[in-house]
Design a protein around this ligand. Sequence first.
Ligand SMILES: CC(C)(COP(=O)(O)OP(=O)(O)OC[C@H]1O[C@@H](n2cnc3c(N)ncnc32)[C@H](O)[C@@H]1OP(=O)(O)O)[C@@H](O)C(=O)NCCC(=O)NCCS
Length: 175
Amino acid sequence: MITLVPIAAVAASDIEHLLDLAFGTDRHGRTAYRLREGVDALPDLSLAALENGELVGSIQCWPIQLTETDGDPAPLILVGPVAVEPGRQRAGIGRMLMDAALARADAADSAPMMLIGDASYYERFFDFSSRHTRGWAVPGPVERDRLLARLRPGQVVPRQGVLGPRIAALVPGGD
Ligand SMILES: CC(C)(COP(=O)(O)OP(=O)(O)OC[C@H]1O[C@@H](n2cnc3c(N)ncnc32)[C@H](O)[C@@H]1OP(=O)(O)O)[C@@H](O)C(=O)NCCC(=O)NCCS
């Protein structure tokens, strides 16, 4: 049976090991890491999946922003990495982690969520789409069809802007 716990309940070194297994040890150069440089993960939206007490998956979310050309920052939440231990992939654990984080974000009426990932997974199951992000500038290389955002009904995001960390974010839930 899988249980979800706050990520802080698991040793940081165990999470790092899981991420190395899922993404490789060269993962730190990825553009997503630059988006959240200098900020802490949002504790309410960052979870670990345990199976019989063993770590099998994790999700982290981060406060970032899209700075418009006039300088106004629009808050966003960066989702990821989402990782499942290679031997336990495709058993629903990734979806469980995503569903839990999205449900918590929705319940807290959080800022819109974005990520860099496979549309064939994140659009298919979680309603993320690259159509919201076409005018966004990113501090690093990115495949545009992997730059995805998810808006709840009524939410809007600026069409243009530059993505970066939201250094001053202090409020739990990311708003
Ligand atoms: C991507 C990841 C988080 C998904 O979690 P998971 O627990 O393995 O997947 P789930 O059980 O939730 O979902 C399974 C479904 O998603 C599909 N799926 C899984 N990973 C996918 C991917 N990268 N792209 C497209 N579809 C994917 C499976 O085919 C399956 O579909 P089906 O039900 O029609 O057979 C996990 O596989 C992982 O950590 N992978 C390594 C990191 C990685 O490659 N990430 C790429 C995305 S950024």
